[in-house]
Design a protein around this ligand. Structure first.
Ligand code: ADP
Ligand code: ASP
Ligand code: MG
Length: 436
């Protein structure tokens, strides 16, 4: 049996939903379907999920959410009408609107795009619908309860009729709805694939699989045929938005392959993400990904290297300030800490710097915001010479000043930090150096 997750663009219009239907009906093993909320139909369109977050904000600000809900209502009513479905969408929307007014967090509102999408998809397919809230569970502390969830999902193993699950959310022990982070329907698909012991997890989106780099930055980047779970984790965590970075955790337990496919070009075989890519023709570099919005704290202190506990003391200050650390490249007498800009919102930066000074008394400390990180990822790097030389020559020739360098201990990636204004040019230069 196969689990198929369809993303926002696949669920965006009646026509794309009919594509989904024909994909599912062309293979009798496609019995488990996970859906996202309707996404964008054209580039200036607004995703239903964003509108639902907006509806919650509207209610917080004004006590009503009628303006945003009117737009959402129109989209769902038209979808049902265009698909000739005998469903009273107005009744569903009335209930959502009432419950948003009673809710105290945006999660309920945000989850309803997936819920209503599943109502529509199960009617289109004649499949049963199982509410994600009944099978996907969180613990009291808000973390995902993978074992309870797996027990509940596994009860649906071996369905003959077919089941549609809404993606993106589950339930807390107090029955309230909680969502995953954005793009989380990919994670739901992986959870269902593990629970029903699927032979493959198909993730249907709007591109022909994983591309070497972001197609919005480089025209027509090369296609990646196979990728390992580890490479996927690195690339998606570093910004390759095509799949949620947590998606590998449920499937890697039983080594279930993920196959990224294109709803709008269903005959393309897409990208396979496997436990291991040994035996395949492995390139020097598999992929390039990046993201803006990072901060570095750079510290210098003579003889830092021999000062026992230096790193621990710095990291403890960050921990006390609730900051999560991304990378820690170090030199003999230098240490840099890379964090997300987001953590600095509302934080007293001068106090943080004073705390670090108090803890380790550095000779120099500097905080730089708005750094872009770029990761060059691939198992092939460990066995080939010249990868770093090619990378840094490309950046040098493009006139880019490299602000930070970090190589993971597994030699699976090299990460460079550049100024945000150099981000696009850097991605292009690195891509051209390895792939043209
Ligand atoms: P869905 O709604 O189906 O979940 P997403 O928008 O989340 O789709 O992810 C697909 C998009 O990811 C593509 O349209 C593409 O613009 C973007 N993307 C970013 N990096 C890559 C990459 N390396 N390969 C393919 N697509 C990428
Ligand atoms: N609809 C949610 C989002 O836009 C989840 C998803 O599409 O995966 O983030
Ligand atoms: Mg997505």
């Amino acid at each position: 049996m196969k689990v198929c997750k369809f993303g926002g663009t696949s669920m965006a219009s009646a026509q794309s939903i009919l594509n989904v239907k024909s994909i599912i009906e062309s293979d009798s093993e496609r019995k488990y379907v996970v859906v996202s909320a309707p996404g964008k139909r054209f580039s200036s369109d607004i995703k239903i999920t964003d509108m639902l977050y907006g509806a919650y904000e509207e209610k917080v600000e004004t006590g009503s959410c009628r303006y945003k809900m009117a737009i959402i209502r129109e989209r769902f009513v038209n979808l049902a009408k265009d698909l000739n479905l005998d469903i009273d969408m107005n009744k569903y929307i009335d209930e959502v609107e009432e419950n948003i007014l009673k809710s105290t967090s945006p999660d309920y509102a945000a989850s309803r795009g997936e819920y209503l999408s599943a109502v529509i998809m199960s009617a289109v397919l004649g499949y049963d619908m199982v509410d994600a809230g009944d099978v996907i569970k969180f613990k009291h502390d808000g973390t995902f309860d993978s074992e309870l969830t797996n027990d509940l999902v596994s009860k649906y193993k071996g369905t003959s009729k077919g089941i549609v699950f809404p993606g993106f959310y589950g339930r807390m022990p107090d029955k309230s709805i909680k969502t995953f982070t954005r793009g989380g329907s990919d994670f739901t698909g992986a959870i269902i694939a593990r629970g029903v012991k699927a032979k493959v997890y198909e993730n249907w989106t709007d591109v022909n699989g994983f591309l070497v780099t972001d197609p919005r930055l480089v025209d027509n980047p090369c296609h990646i045929e196979v990728l390992s779970y580890e490479e996927l984790r690195e690339l998606s965590y570093m910004g390759a938005g095509v799949l949620h970075p947590d998606s590998i955790f449920p499937v890697q337990i039983d080594k279930i392959p993920i196959n990224i496919r294109n709803t709008f070009e269903p005959n393309h075989k897409g990208t396979f993400i496997l436990h291991s890519t040994q035996g395949y023709n492995i390139p020097k570099v598999t992929g390039i990904a990046g993201r803006k919005g990072n901060t570095t704290i750079s510290l210098k202190k003579a003889m830092m290297n021999s000062e026992i506990g230096f790193c621990r003391k710095v990291l403890s200050v960050l921990e006390r300030n609730g900051l999560s650390v991304e990378h820690v490249p170090t030199g003999i007498d230098t240490m840099s800490i890379v964090l997300s800009d987001k953590g600095f919102k509302g934080l007293d930066e001068n106090k943080l710097v004073d705390d670090i000074r108090g803890a380790v008394n550095p000779d120099h400390i500097e905080v730089t915001h708005s750094l872009a990180l770029i990761a060059v990822v691939g198992h092939g790097m460990a066995n080939s010479r010249g990868v770093a030389a090619t990378l840094f020559t490309a950046l040098y020739k493009a006139g880019v000043n490299v602000r930070m360098i970090d190589q993971g201990s597994s030699e699976l990636n090299i990460i460079v930090g550049v100024e945000e204004k150099d981000y696009n040019a850097s991605i292009k230069a690195i891509y051209n150096a390895f792939f043209n």
